[in-house]
Design a protein around this ligand. Structure first.
Ligand SMILES: [Zn+2]
Length: 420
């Protein structure tokens, strides 16, 4: 079984290399904007990959400063741009747009693995070649298939340099040949994004975490946000950001990056544990349910919480769910399990024991009580939703016949109310 993975490592750049990388990052962004401008202005019938390629070549001739970006990286921008449209047409993402100077993340592609010349220098450091930047050092935290360990099935097929709030990183595309895993024999589970807890599992358990920032850090963030607001108000229209304001932005971005890093760490541990325990993991289909949920006003209107803190937490929680599902997908695939995405309307209103749907919104209540007089099932509202998702996932796979009836028969007896 072929496996494609990303591996992210921190880069250690000299000041000159950092400057070179930033120039390339800006050029890549400019290239993207150029392509986007050209694409959206062009009549539909004249749009083609060949024409786009020619536009990029012309751009490199007309604007010499775009030349700091290696040709391969410029081609990669084009490829990413078309992929962005494909993602949009397939309903996975919004339409591509111009990349703003402060909104977007800098990224430079090194599409060919053989250009990288990766070597391990010692226990902690590796070295790679970045076109027009030179030999750069990166933290060696995972054994990469390079040198003698590389072959046709196991190798690094490319990389991308990205700038995060706390500096530059390299993301390697690692391809490896792994044995097909045996089918997972564990129980099935349904997971709901809880209202009060991040993840509610159908077995009645929860996966919870503390705040991502310590009290001191949260307080510092609050002060920085205030400073930012004050400086922005003081700025005259059309005036450039002052150095101090830019610095404040950077400090805010760094704190947010810290929070995100901790969130990702928690997610990795949690999803590994879930993937190890369960064979079939039902999750709600984000594309469908997000719309439903925000229409009901639960995601967008959380009520009376402190706005700034909630804003950050909500933003992280929002993108976190997609990441959780992605992690679960590849981790379960490695272990012979399966993630089943199900459109799950009414998950929070349907009784997971008898199927009776209670009219009206139940989203705000922590406890689910079945209104069917013959049933009276009672559980934590999120657990109930998780059980519904588990059932829906069972129906989805037995309908497709992927896992057969043995899996769906393992479903817990529905009459047993949870104590949670
Ligand atoms: Zn019921």
């Amino acid at each position: 079984m072929k496996r494609q993975r990303g591996h992210k490592a921190r880069l250690c750049l000299t000041p000159a290399q950092t400057l070179a990388a930033e120039d390339q990052g800006h050029a890549a962004r400019a290239m993207w904007n150029l392509v986007h401008d050209w694409w959206t202005m062009l009549p539909k019938e004249r749009r083609s990959l060949a024409a786009a390629d020619e536009a990029i070549r012309q751009g490199r001739r007309d604007l010499p400063w775009l030349g700091v970006l290696p040709a391969q990286a410029a081609q990669a921008v084009l490829k990413t741009y078309f992929q962005a449209w494909k993602n949009c047409w397939d309903g996975r993402a919004q339409a591509p747009n111009f990349k703003g100077r402060f909104r977007s993340r800098m990224a430079i592609d090194i599409p060919q693995g053989r250009d990288l010349q990766i070597v391990r220098l010692n226990r902690r450091w590796g070295r790679m070649w970045a076109p027009k930047i030179g030999h750069v050092l990166f933290r060696w935290t995972k054994d990469l298939p390079v040198g003698k360990r590389a072959d046709k099935g196991n190798r690094v097929t490319g990389a991308r340099l990205v700038k995060e709030a706390d500096g530059w990183y390299v993301v390697f595309r690692v391809q490896s040949e792994v044995p097909e895993p045996a089918q997972h024999t564990g129980p099935t589970v349904g997971i709901d994004r809880g209202i009060t807890k991040p993840l509610a599992l159908s077995d009645g358990s929860f996966r919870d975490h503390g705040p991502w920032l310590t009290k001191g850090e949260a307080e510092r963030l609050r002060r920085l946000e205030k400073t930012k607001d004050r400086k922005r108000r003081a700025r005259k229209p059309g005036e450039k950001n002052s150095r101090r304001l830019t610095r404040t932005y950077d400090q805010i971005a760094q704190l947010r990056a810290t929070a995100k890093r901790r969130a990702i760490d928690w997610q990795h541990k949690t999803t590994t544990n879930i993937a190890e325990t369960f064979s079939r993991i039902g999750v709600e289909d984000l594309a469908i349910n997000n719309m439903v949920k925000s229409a009901r006003g639960t995601v967008e209107a959380p009520g009376t919480r402190v706005r700034r803190k909630a804003g950050l937490n909500r933003a992280i929680a929002g993108e976190a769910w997609g990441r959780t599902v992605t992690m679960l997908e590849y981790k379960t695939a490695d272990r012979g399990g399966i993630v089943v995405k199900v459109p799950a309307p009414n998950t929070s209103r349907r009784c997971s024991a008898c199927g009776f749907i209670t009219a009206g919104s139940r989203e705000t209540q922590a406890r689910f009580v079945c209104k069917n007089p013959a049933c009276g099932f009672e559980a934590n509202a999120d657990t109930n939703a998780g059980r519904n998702i588990d059932h829906a996932a069972g129906q989805a796979v037995s309908g497709r016949g992927d896992l057969g009836d043995t899996r769906s028969a393992k479903r817990q007896p529905p009459s047993k109310p949870h104590a949670a």
